[in-house]
Each structure stands twice: as C-alpha cells, then as structure tokens.
Design a protein around this ligand. Sequence first.
Ligand code: LLP
Length: 465
Amino acid sequence: MSRSAHPAGPRHADVLPEGRPGGSVPPGDLNTLDPRVWPRTAHRAEDGAVRLGGLDLRRFAEEFGTPAYVLDEEDFRARCRAWREAFGPDADVFYAGKAFLSRAVVRWLREEGLNLDVCSAGELATALDAGMPAERVALHGNNKSGAEIERAVRAGVGRIVLDSFQEIVRVADVAARLGVRQPVQIRATVGVEAHTHEFIATAHEDQKFGLALSDGQAAEAVRRVLGLDSLELLGIHSHIGSQIFDLAGFEVSARRVVGLLREIRDEHGVELPEIDLGGGLGIAYTPDDDPRAPADIAKALREIVARECEAAGLAVPRLSVEPGRAIVGPTAVTLYEVGTVKELEGLRTYVSVDGGMSDNIRTALYDAEYTVALVSRSSSAEPMLSRVVGKHCESGDIVVRDAFLPADLAPGDLIAVPATGAYCRSMASNYNHALRPPVVAVRDGRGRVIVRRETEEDLLRLDVG
Ligand code: LLP
C-alpha cells in the first residue's frame, strides 16, 4: 500500500480519535501555511522552501542544526506592541516569563514597554541580569523560598503576589528587616477555573494557588496585610486558567475581585488602586482555534471592570494582565529533520524526528494538538495520515498526534511544528540525555542564537561523578 491518506469511511473513523482536527479534517493544500497558526513572517517561497524572518529554513538548518526553535523576532515585538497599545497607558501588561524567558526576550520586553511576571529565582535573575528595572517585575509563586523573597525585596521588585498566610508574614519580616515597605498584591481564588472554550465553576478552590474569596480567606489576608507596616497593599490578583477563548470567565472573575474591593472599602475605608486579572488567553494551535485579538480582549476587560466599579461606587483601579502564551506562543516553530518513516499498514505512518517529548512535552502531558508542515520543499504528493514522533524510548513520545504530510516525505526532509513558542523550550528536559535545542531569533534574513544548544559537555559538567 502506498503511503497516502486513508479514504474516509468506517476504517478511517476507527483509527482516528474523535474530534482531532489534525486528522479528522480532510487536508487542503499541504503546502499552504495557515496564517492563524504560523508566525507572521512565515511564507513558502517560489522554490518551495519556507522562509521565516526572511531566512530560508534549509539554510537555517545548515547553520544552526536541528532540532531548533526558530523564533520570529518581528512577530514577538509586534505582539508586545499590540498588547501594550490595546491596554493603553493607564494599564500594565506583564509578560509571563514562564512561557519562555531569555535575556533577549527581557530586552525586547523592556524596549516594547512591557513589564515582566517571574515565578522563581531563576526567572528573576534572568530579568535583572538583562536590565529589566526591578519595579517593572512581579514575583509570583505558591511556595516562594526565603531566599527568593529576600532577593526580590532587595532588588526592589514592583510587586510580590502573596499566595498564603505564611507568606504574608515571611515577606513582611524580610521587608521589615531590610527597612523597606514592599508593594504586594494578594492572589485571590475567585471560584472560576477556565480552560479552553468553557469555564467551570466547580472544584475551583481545590487547588494550591491563592486565597479563596468564598470562605473569607482573601478578606482575612487583606486584614493581615493592612495591619503590617512593612507591606503596601496595591491590590488583588486573580488568574483563572490557560488557553481561554471565552471571556465570560474573566467577567465573573472581575466581578468577584471588584466585590472584594468594595468589601475592603466598606470595612477598612481604603480603595485599593490595582487589580490584576492574570493571563491565560488562548492562541491558535490549529486552524480550529479562534483566539481574540488583544484589542478586543482589552476592550472587554476594561468594560467589565469599569461597569463593576461603577456599580460598586469605586474609582476604576489600574488594571494589569499577564499574557505569556498569547505573546510568545505563535511566534516560534520547532524545526526537525525527518529520520525514520515507518508505515503501519491500515493505520498511519510514523514519522520520527530528531527531537520529541524532550523539546515539546505538551502533547504527552496535555494531549495538546499541533499541526506540522514540510518546509524544506513543497510537494504535490498525496496526503499521508501521519503521527510525528520523537526519538525517545517511550511510546507516548508524540509531537503531533494526527497530521497529514505529503506521501513522498523522506529521511532528510525538514518539517516544522508551529505555535511552539510557549511552554516548549521552557518545559524542555534532558530525558534520555537529550541535548535541549537552541532558540534562534530570526529577523531580516539572519538568525541569532539567543539560547544556545546544549552540549554533551554541559550534561557532563553537572554530573560530578
Ligand atoms: N499569570 C499567572 C499567575 C500564571 O500562573 C500564568 C500561567 C500566567 C500568568 C500565564 O498564562 P498564559 O497567558 O501563558 O496562559 N504549561 C502549561 C501552562 C501553564 C500555565 C501556568 N500559569 C501549558 O503548556 O499549557
């Protein structure tokens, strides 16, 4: 049997898990790069090969090797600007560094007027080393260590987001010892947990983050913080989930946060000046995903907050948000070289690449969906139902579960998986002693390594025998 698409029919339905757009939707022209999923500058040139940032990905592979994350710097900066402009001068956009952080990224953020959310000493060190002013940094985390708190307070971070009663005391003690008044927010658990298309108002409080609104813990945290001279309470923080398309969850969250601000005013006579509605805005991993533009998101969130504040008789506080994925996610692709191509008669073809779950754990961990395209040439061959897998010793080592690739795909071809800018390099591992791939920023026809490829020497340096 030739390596081609399976005809639609019962057999087809048997082998395709339901609802998987990569596999269940008949492919269009496999040479087309859907602009919803690919970085802004990606396009297929006349010669059939894909260019990103003006650079031919075949040249890229020769110069930087594979696997590699190829990051479109122009796209990254444009997305920063879009968020910045959408929220305007009376709001703050904190990029969530956990999605992907490096010194170059910090520099871009600084230049484009964004602030930065960090959640560990390592992220804080990267921010400070690359010259992000400490007052533009927020420190998060449900279990910040004493050393992390001390480092942040000493550096003068603009806010520490308090996550527990113990932490209130810890941060207050460090600030008092250092003779500073540390600005803080309190992370409230608002009773909404949103993921992807829907939001669920159950089981939300059964998780490790924040202090619940419903049982009065958040209000009690406010009481305690207001009673401590070394802490300056700026406002309330809420983060409701990941990969959210429906803004209804934010609406509930904003209403509840503003409700707490009203209670605080009534009880303590103070109007807190800030609220942060967190991150979690979704991106298109496949053409079926339909994310909202930053301008629409900003408009909706501002309106919700303004309306709720008016109803509560409160001045509108300064709003901030923390997008990570929505900024960096769409800006990068992972470039792989095709190795073994194995056809399983009547099932699908397994296309093995030179990376895998060590550079993208999201498919294995969250059942995430991705698309993939042949980028070193175009092809007019039949579509072939494929599963892109890595080289790790584990059958769950899947990068793209169901996708169509051209049936003439051969070892040595280059394929790329788009929308891998967020939570891929930042969650990469050394499983099987894989060497983590580099991140190369492309722009104006040139590539610049911003995080270099790991080497065997790097691995062995940690292994002290
Ligand atoms: N702010 C806070 C407090 C957060 O906890 C997070 C993400 C963000 C902002 C940024 O969320 P984003 O806009 O990037 O969705 N590893 C998972 C995602 C975990 C997100 C954790 N917190 C994934 O790969 O989907």
